[in-house]
Design a binder for this molecule. Structure first.
Ligand code: PLP
Length: 384
């Protein structure tokens, strides 16, 4: 992160990092530089270092500087989607013959990228329960190049001890990648705990309003950041100027949104744990959650994602999703509006039949920042 912001608190960095007033007009918010190319003052005479917008664009630069500052990293890079960011990372770090360790409850799209795309290029993977450090250590072999961790995980809300896995990675001489999408940098700072790279789907809490698809990588190391930036340009799946601008706008309220997401989720968990139709609630804020202590240690609060299992199996779970009204039935998460979904048939349909298959009676909610009494009333009626 630049020295200019390193002393500032998170909320201040969220609003100011990368957001310098436009030098030409004084505009307080970085303009949307909707442009592909830049006039040169004589051959090679670049005015602001900008040449062509795949390589760099000022609005994207503003977002990338902001992302680096928020994660406490040296370099931030913004992509067209979370999966585009992951693809760039994997094809920069891996070569045929390499091996990676992935979690047994990774985001379905991440698993599909490994299983259907990257594996065909000669990279194989082992699935580990990353909540169990021994299981991670066992999965590492002499061809392993990276360990992938998602915490809290999707959709089972499993917790991985980032610091402990960083120790395993360091010892094995491999890189640790943490998908920080569920927590956001406000709740959790993986680079400070020893991760090498943080991955984000900016589509979720960072954008925060269900109106943009984007992704990001943030590195602790400047040289790795440079290597990834080279591949970002070489592969080309960059975030466009408008998408960069709207994510930058969303991030300004990240801290207040996350506080409310966590607050609302806590009250909804309280209701669900007492509801007769709910057989299990998965939320790291619950003292009985196996990862509770680690979550309390590495997260500021427990976030807005809750999964729960309902009596009556798959049909009952689907019925709850169908009956919800204020909770919109839909995929994705992290927006101001509450969402509900059935992972088995929706977001995680692509892992059916694999080691990552999720329980059929599982319902996942992304708790928004609406009035919590309204949210509670809707869930109660949906549960019937
Ligand atoms: C959504 C998501 C992704 C993928 O991001 P896209 O922006 O949809 O490409 C990766 N990881 C997690 C945890 C996600 O929720």
């Amino acid at each position: 992160m630049s020295d200019q912001h390193s002393h500032q608190s998170f909320e201040t960095r969220a609003i100011h990092a990368g957001n310098t007033a436009d030098p030409l007009t004084g505009a307080v918010v970085p303009p949307i530089y909707q442009v592909s190319t830049y006039k040169q003052d004589g051959v090679g005479g670049l005015r602001g270092g900008y040449e062509y917008s795949r390589s760099a664009n000022p609005t994207r630069t503003a977002l990338e500087e902001n992302l680096a500052a928020l994660e406490g990293g040296r370099r931030g890079l913004a992509f067209a989607s979370g999966l585009a960011a992951e693809d760039c990372l994997l094809r920069t770090l891996l070569a045929p013959g390499d091996h990676v360790v992935i979690p047994n409850d990774a985001y379905g799209g991440t698993f599909r990228l490994f299983a259907k795309v990257v594996e065909r290029w000669g990279v194989d993977f082992s699935v580990a329960n990353t909540s169990d450090i021994a299981s991670v250590r066992e999965a590492v072999n002499d061809r392993t190049k990276l360990i992938w961790v998602e915490t809290p995980s999707n959709p089972l809300l499993g917790i991985t001890d980032i610091e402990a896995v960083a120790g395993v990675a360091r010892q094995a001489g491999v890189k640790l990648v943490v998908d920080n999408t569920f927590a956001s940098p406000y709740l959790q700072q993986p680079l400070a705990l020893g991760a090498d790279v943080v991955v984000h789907s900016l589509t979720k809490y960072m954008g925060g309003h269900s109106d943009v698809v984007g992704g990001a990588l943030v590195t602790a190391d400047a040289a790795l950041g440079e290597e990834l930036a080279y591949h970002q340009n070489a592969m080309g799946a960059v975030a466009g100027p408008f998408d960069s601008w709207i994510v930058l706008r969303g991030i300004k309220t990240l801290a207040v949104r996350m506080d409310r997401h966590s607050e609302n989720a806590t009250k909804i968990v309280e209701m669900l744990t007492q509801h007769p139709k709910v057989t299990q609630v998965l939320y790291p804020g619950l003292p009985e959650h196996p990862g509770h202590e680690i979550a309390a240690k590495q997260m500021r609060s427990f976030g807005g994602m809750i999964s729960f299992r309902v009596q009556g199996g798959e049909e009952a779970a689907v019925e709850v999703c169908n009956r919800a009204q204020l909770f919109t039935l839909g995929e994705s998460l992290g927006g101001v509006e509450s969402l509900i979904e059935h992972p088995g048939r929706m977001t995680h349909a692509s892992v059916a039949g694999s080691a990552l298959e999720v329980p059929a009676d599982l319902v996942r909610v992304s708790v928004g920042i609406e009035n919590v009494e309204d949210l509670l009333a809707d869930l109660r009626q949906a549960l019937g």
